[in-house]
Design a protein around this ligand. Sequence first.
Ligand code: GLU
Length: 316
Amino acid sequence: MRLPDRSLPQTPMRLPSLAPGFTTRFAPAPTGLLHLGHAVNAVWVWGIARAHGGRVLLRVEDHDRGRCRPAYEAALLEDLDWLGLVPDGPGTDAFRAGPLAQRQSDNTARYAAHLARLEADGQAYPCACSRADVARAAGGGAATGGEVRYPGTCRERAIAPDATQARRVRMRPGTAETFDDLRLGPQAQDPDAQCGDLLVRDRTGHWTYQFAVVVDDHEQGVDLVIRGEDLLASTGRQLRLARMLGRPSPPRFLHHPLLRHPDGRKLSKSAGDTGLAELRAAGHTRAEVLGLAAHLSGLQPSAAPIGPDALADLFR
Ligand code: GLU
């Protein structure tokens, strides 16, 4: 079993006033088994929601049809049941029972409807570039944050809509999106400088994470997004997209610390990091796993066990 070998600095978490009645979500992608990094996210999501009167939606983010597997969805539902973390919207049994708007592969008609509106307004356009084309046109260099920026090759090319399924949404140049991260404070991001026009559907017809997540948060009334710092750089473009989809007040964001190996790598099940099912099989209790996750993400000074019903105490 491999566990991350150090905890983060303990930073007392003082949340700004959170009025009760907000909706947040736990939104894993079934591309592998849940590991301790997911437990960290769950501790922050359920802890904050239970401490401040919010609701937690479960969403299965299986937009990447090439990498997601039904067996991983079944496993994550089982892990969640074992952790004793109960969603306020459709629960694990509802996911087992059949199609749901909170499963992205069941929600594609909604993505298509939103894209159709953007295309009708001239805010989205077909893109015929391959990944290699984009890398070449971008000069092989990466823009801010190591991303390859789409340089706008197809923006004015009027590619026929049936020539490709790929669509991009225009990111207006020269304007930063500003937001106040509940943990990290004021942020400013310019999506055009970071990534350029945003891919919302790829050439094979698959919806991208960026688009699916913004449509879902909008339609499911998610107004507080609690997730790991690895997604901080995506927030500006998601705010931009939310406004373009007609959402007058986009969600607020809290990015929590991410578990990393000493060399900076993120945890990942495929890289052999310890899965929750493995910890369970090795005889650990749910309270031990939640307590370890809270400790490793800086929420308590030791890995003392903490049950699902006590997570709120970490945020009061
Ligand atoms: N599905 C994403 C993940 O598993 C989380 C998306 C989000 O929180 O915006 O990393």
